[in-house]
Design a protein around this ligand. Structure first.
Ligand SMILES: Cc1cc2nc3c(=O)[nH]c(=O)nc-3n(C[C@H](O)[C@H](O)[C@H](O)COP(=O)(O)OP(=O)(O)OC[C@H]3O[C@@H](n4cnc5c(N)ncnc54)[C@H](O)[C@@H]3O)c2cc1C
Length: 275
């Protein structure tokens, strides 16, 4: 069957790491590189993989995370752990030194992840768990459409890096303003046909752009991720109006406006859960 995506499981590891550098590929996105011996054996083989990052309590500064012990996974008491999901953007190993890049959208101090990322500095401690598994590239895709807000730009980078050159890539971006366009390298920009939409220009631009693409062929795969409610009309159009089958569309609500620690396993459209 075309567009099938194999799922692979990885051994769960919980890694105590240290921030080694912080850069800004765009003014609202902090690229935090973490390193440490415990990254040995890190595997992430799917374009939309995620890790769980554990943060210190903003009030006490205490970082609480589960730990792998000889007896198995040791979970701290309920309510003590603060974690959020992030995309493992890039992993490098050389001469026994391991580094992982994670890009954090910095959106104020309300959320513990954003608050931590905005102040992170070399030497800070952080804990990263996973990925527990990976969904590999869709088999037989000739065209991939990527729809993303700032939180899913790392996933888009990974799709671009992993897709073979024969696959056409079209991208639609929904971002705050044009300052975000500096996020991609010249190589990434050259690899995709991209349209950028700025939220201050109003709602519905992604929907209009998707509709303007017309029919979507059966070897085209659509990945969309970002604010959950923004994805609802796009998913409805693809699945209900165009009638694309489930295996052709992956829609992941990476966050939900007004909701703390939103559950991305919950349906993005509770009125029309995935069938
Ligand atoms: C599979 C997966 C991969 C992800 N990859 C990334 C990634 O690589 N980089 C990344 O930055 N995010 C990524 N996210 C999204 C990230 O986990 C959420 O944005 C998370 O809620 C941030 O936690 P927080 O502590 O900052 O805010 P929370 O405590 O969860 O929320 C506090 C408030 O901030 C709002 N909020 C949350 N995120 C944003 C945002 N981005 N912009 C504006 N307001 C927001 C919430 O609606 C809420 O009102 C990913 C999510 C998933 C499920």
């Amino acid at each position: 069957m075309t567009l099938e995506r194999e799922s692979v499981r990885h051994t769960l590891a919980i890694r105590q790491l240290t921030v080694s550098s912080v850069t800004y590929p765009a003014p609202s996105i902090a690229r935090i590189t973490v390193s440490g011996d415990e990254l040995e054996g890190f595997i992430s083989s799917g374009p939309a993989d995620h890790v769980k990052v554990f943060f210190p309590d903003p009030k006490t500064g205490v970082l609480t995370a589960p730990a792998m012990t000889a007896e198995g996974l040791k979970r701290p008491g309920k309510g003590k752990v603060i974690s959020r999901d992030y995309t493992p953007l890039g992993f490098r190993s050389h001469d026994g030194h391991h580094e992982l890049d994670i890009d954090f959208v910095v959106h104020g101090d309300e959320g513990p992840a954003s608050a931590w990322a905005s102040k992170a500095a070399a030497g800070d401690a952080i804990v990263v768990a996973g990925p527990r598994g990976s969904k590999l590239l869709p088999q037989g895709a000739t065209h991939v459409i990527l729809i993303a807000d700032e939180t899913a730009l790392p996933a888009v980078s990974r799709w671009i890096d992993m897709l073979p050159p024969s696959v056409q890539i079209t991208a639609l971006f929904d971002v705050a303003d044009d300052s975000v366009e500096s996020y991609f390298s010249a190589e990434h920009k050259a690899r995709m046909s991209a349209e950028w939409f700025y939220r201050h220009d109003g709602l519905g631009q992604l929907d209009a752009a998707l509709r303007a693409m017309g029919e979507i062929g059966e070897t085209t795969f659509v990945f969309m991720a970002g604010e959950a409610t923004t994805l609802v009309p796009l998913r409805r159009y693809l699945r209900r109006e165009l009638g694309l089958p489930k295996h052709q569309v992956a829609a992941d609500g990476y966050w939900r406006r007004g909701v703390t620690d939103a559950d991305h396993h919950a349906p993005i459209d509770p009125a029309d859960p995935e069938d």
